[in-house]
Design a protein around this ligand. Structure first.
Ligand SMILES: [Zn+2]
Ligand SMILES: [Zn+2]
Length: 107
C-alpha cells in the first residue's frame, strides 16, 4: 500500500537504467517524466527506505516544500534493479547483493 505522508504520490516506474523524474505535483497529475538529475532519499529506514528520481525543476520544487535526508546526482545505477543506497560522502547507488531486499519492487 502507499504510505500516507507528506510525500508526492509517486508511481513506480520500470527500472531500466534511464532515470526519469517521477514527481507528481498533485494527486492525479501525470508524472513528470523528464530526465532525472537528482536521486532523493526521503528516509533511509532499513527495509522501508523511500527514494525518488527528480529533474532539476522538481528538485527546486521539492526543496521548497518537502524534507529529505539525502540526495546525489542521478546516474544510470540509480535506475537499475537491485541497487542500494550507499551511505558515503557523497552517497551513491551501488548494485546490491541478490539477497538484499531494500527495494520491494525487486522481488
Ligand atoms: Zn520533473
Ligand atoms: Zn541513486
Amino acid at each position: 500500500m502507499t504510505n500516507p505522508g507528506p510525500f508526492p504520490d509517486l508511481t513506480p516506474t520500470t527500472r531500466n537504467g534511464d532515470p526519469r523524474c517521477g514527481i507528481q505535483t498533485h494527486p492525479g497529475a501525470p508524472t513528470c517524466g523528464a530526465p532525472a538529475t537528482w536521486h532523493i532519499a526521503w528516509h533511509l529506514t532499513p527495509g522501508a527506505a523511500d527514494f525518488s528520481l527528480v529533474c532539476n525543476p522538481h528538485m527546486r520544487w521539492v526543496r521548497e516544500r518537502l524534507v529529505y535526508v539525502d540526495r546525489h546526482p542521478a546516474e544510470i545505477a540509480c535506475d537499475m534493479p537491485g541497487t542500494g543506497w550507499l551511505l558515503a560522502e557523497p552517497s551513491r547507488c551501488v548494485i546490491a547483493a541478490a539477497d538484499d531486499h531494500t527495494d520491494p519492487r525487486n522481488r
